[in-house]
Design a protein around this ligand. Structure first.
Ligand code: HPA
Ligand code: ZN
Length: 326
């Protein structure tokens, strides 16, 4: 079996996916027309052409602007449904999906609008495809901790359908320590916790996410390799890293995929996983991220199988549910 065939045949979990980052240019275009929103583009192709980024912030500017076409419950339903259909096509049998409430509530879209749309799609996809889904509510780190706390409170009616909280958006200048209190409160409420750290930010941000936020997983974390002691800790504790190869390339965290360190981290015994992050902005869903590693780094079959296995080990499924796939 070719590796490409194996990649698509293996059951996989995806653990680092921003639902707003799965908005296709086609759907963005359709929703803009439906709501009479004028976009700074004249065609779907022009949207696609605009996706050239120099760093995280240059991407976030377009990502937040794009999310403005999401206005009513059906828009959020369509967004979620399109991603879950794609999961089904790619043999992604379990997915833990991040959503950014503040991106919507700050535009006047109520919590109930996006939650109802998301949950309806999740229910349909569970029935049609048997896929399992967990939801991760992420706080925008360029906003204040008080606003994150308010978001946690605003979500109260939805606590039973949210599994974890996360931290995303502009990393540099917004260290994890800024959110120590809101993460403590989230943990007290029983949520799992994850945080983006060490994507653009220094290893110290990963230390903070571990020591101050007590994260269950680190999103990205690729800059851990700059600190031997940190790498050893992540390995010893088997703290999962949800790595996103095409994202790292598109946001210029690396210059070329051949420089990616994921297989080195894997071979060193770290619990790394492959993920797509914002697939419609970064040029590939999950299988394309695996394929990019194969093309640039010559991934072995054993490495490929280990990465698929890690995706379940690092998930928030119960031990019993994990055993079904490992
Ligand atoms: N990093 C930080 N914030 C984000 C990302 C990312 O890759 N995608 C969406 N929000
Ligand atoms: Zn991310």
């Amino acid at each position: 079996m070719s590796l490409k065939h194996l990649i698509s045949a293996l059951p996989k979990a995806e653990l680092h996916l921003h639902i707003e980052g799965s908005l296709s240019p086609q759907l963005m275009w359709e929703l803009a027309q439906k709501h009479h929103i004028s976009l700074p583009y004249h065609s779907v192709e022009e949207i696609e052409k605009a996706y050239n980024f120099s760093d995280l912030q240059s991407f976030l500017d377009l990502y937040y602007a794009g999310a403005d076409v999401l206005r009513n419950e059906d828009d959020f339903y369509q967004l979620m449904m399109a991603y879950l259909q794609r999961c089904h096509q790619e043999n992604v049998v379990h997915t833990e999906i991040m959503f950014d409430p503040q991106t919507h509530t700050d535009r006047g879209v109520p919590f109930s609008t996006f939650m109802k749309g998301f949950l309806k799609a999740v229910q349909v996809a569970k029935g049609e495809y048997g896929i399992s889904v967990k939801l991760i509510m992420s706080f925008l780190r360029h906003l204040s901790e008080a606003q994150a706390l308010q978001t946690l409170r605003d979500a109260e009616a939805w606590y039973d359908v949210i599994d974890a909280v996360g931290l995303d958006s502009s990393e540099l200048g917004h260290p994890p320590e800024k959110f120590e209190r809101v993460f403590a409160e989230a943990r007290t409420l029983g949520f799992k916790v994850v945080a983006h750290a060490g994507e653009e930010g220094p290893p110290d941000y990963i230390w903070q996410a571990i020591n101050l936020l007590s994260v269950d997983r680190i999103d990205h974390g690729v800059r851990c390799q700059e600190d031997e002691e940190l790498m050893e800790l992540i390995k010893q504790r088997q703290i999962p890293l949800t790595v996103c190869p095409l994202s790292n390339l598109k946001l210029c965290v690396i210059d070329d995929m051949s420089q990616h360190n994921i297989l080195k981290l894997l071979d060193a015994g770290l619990l790394v996983t492959v993920n797509s992050d914002d697939p419609t902005y970064f040029g590939g869903f999950l299988n394309e991220n695996f394929e990019a590693l194969d093309v640039a780094l010559g991934m072995t079959e054993a490495q490929c199988r280990q990465l698929a296995k890690n995706s379940f080990t690092a998930s928030f499924l119960s031990e019993e549910e994990k055993q079904k796939w490992i």
